[in-house]
Design a protein around this ligand. Structure first.
Ligand code: GLU
Length: 430
């Protein structure tokens, strides 16, 4: 059932007809950093090439008795610094190119955060909103059964990503443990009752707010009174919005895959109520205290901070020039294409890069793994304190070195991460 995925060249990838895809984004960011670090071709190959790529067939019995075939992917990009680490995504758009790009982004994210993991990503091409709980459970169990030989607390540790949640992680934990013996550290983002860490569910959103606050502090500014637009109101977007509102920011508009809304009479949205509405209805659309707006206009609203918290490539050559936000805090992975990056830099928009800004999730995943291995549990205050300390330190290092070397935060973050992985690769030897 398992097999290696075909390795494509960049040229082939570009011929796929997309103007921008996630792969181009990581390739471009890597190349810029590699050039400034003066990496040789062989060093680049060592860092770029994925360690292992798996594609599995997943026949799943549906509730109506028929069998549907799904495709599952797991890409382990680099494991020089520790076990592979990264989420599992359930989305109709999942494909091997996307998973590969996201796996590589995890390598740089864990290295920048300086946690002892490599990078991986997994996914299944399904629409979780159209599957019953029973179908989702059977799909998850089949996927894990088929890739379990490359997983494990010291090999590769999955976590939630788009379309998955603590319940899916609980099934992963159970499926893996029922075959290999009790192994809570085999997956993170579990429900707290099963060894999940307190604070993991909101960790990515909390991290986004922490990095943003630290960036503002550099300019003597605070979150209070900030006008924020959030694209994506899933786990990450809604947590970030709530934490920002708690600290006095105004969430002036939000959107999800079904549509977008802004507050009434130019005021901010009541985020708590909006979160309750979204939980009930499955979308921000129809919120009685919001005014519907065009989803594409959401990214172009006049605001202080834009938080893309949905999918890749949403800021591109076609809209970047019309973005009016002063700061972009990348809560999603790979939301900005290289062309957009250049345009936004030219327009003096500050970009807080994804591998730093959304790393709160994987950092608390690391705390969860540590707690599971030690059979201990931390309290929420400890989790928050440790998370904050790590993020603030990393932000300050990146920001300081970026201004010293005349680089953007993204260029500096990639350079630091790549250097760390290269050192580990070279120390371990060929
Ligand atoms: N899926 C999240 C990310 O993209 C979390 C990964 C993890 O916790 O391993 O960073």
């Amino acid at each position: 059932m398992t097999g290696m995925m075909k390795t494509e060249t960049l040229a082939e990838g570009q011929q796929m007809g997309h103007l921008a895809n996630p792969r181009e984004i990581v390739d471009y960011n890597f190349d810029v950093a590699a050039r400034s670090l003066g990496l040789s071709e062989s060093q680049k190959g060592l860092l770029k090439e994925p360690f292992r790529e798996i594609k599995v067939k997943l026949p799943v019995r549906m509730d109506d008795g028929t069998v549907r075939i799904f495709q599952g992917y797991r890409v382990q990009h680099n494991g020089a610094r520790g076990p592979f680490k990264g989420g599992i995504r359930y989305s109709p758009d999942v494909n091997e190119h996307e998973v590969r790009a996201l796996a590589e982004a995890m390598t740089w994210k864990t290295a920048l955060a300086n946690i002892p993991f490599g990078g991986a990503k997994g996914g299944v091409n399904c629409d979780p909103l159209r599957l019953s709980q029973g179908e989702l459970e059977r799909l998850t169990r089949k996927f894990i059964a088929n890739i379990r030989h490359v997983l494990g607390p010291m090999r590769d540790i999955p976590a939630p990503d788009m379309g998955t949640n603590p319940q899916v992680m609980a099934w992963i934990f159970d499926e893996y443990s029922s075959r290999q013996g009790y192994s809570p550290a085999c997956v993170t983002g579990k429900p707290v009752e099963l060894g999940g860490s307190v604070g993991r569910n909101r960790a990515t959103g909390r991290g986004v707010v922490t990095v943003l606050a630290e960036h503002l502090r550099e300019f003597g500014l605070a979150l209070d009174g900030l006008r924020v637009v959030v694209q994506g109101f899933g786990n990450v977007g809604s947590s970030a919005a709530q934490l920002l509102a708690d600290q006095g920011a105004e969430i002036i508009a939000v959107g999800d895959i079904f549509g977008a809304i802004r507050g009434q009479d130019g005021r901010g949205l009541p985020v708590q109520e909006l979160a309750a509405h979204t939980k009930r209805e499955g979308s921000v659309v129809g919120f009685p205290k919001g005014v519907p707006i065009d989803a594409e206009d959401l990214l172009l609203l006049d605001c202080d901070v834009l938080i893309p918290a949905a999918s890749e490539c949403v800021l591109h050559a076609g809209n970047a020039d019309r973005v009016r936000a002063k700061i972009i805090a990348e809560a999603a992975n790979l939301p900005t294409t290289p062309e957009a990056d250049e345009i936004l830099e030219r327009n003096r928009v500050s970009i807080l890069p994804d591998i730093l800004t959304n790393s709160g999730g994987v950092i608390v995943s690391y705390f969860e793994w540590v707690q599971n291995l030690q059979q201990k549990s931390w309290d929420e205050l400890t989790v928050r304190k440790e998370l904050r300390q790590r993020l603030v330190e990393t932000y300050r290092d990146v920001s300081h070195l970026a201004s010293h070397h005349g680089k953007t935060l993204r260029q500096m973050a990639y350079s630091m991460a790549i250097e760390r992985v290269l050192r580990a690769e070279e120390q371990r030897g060929a």
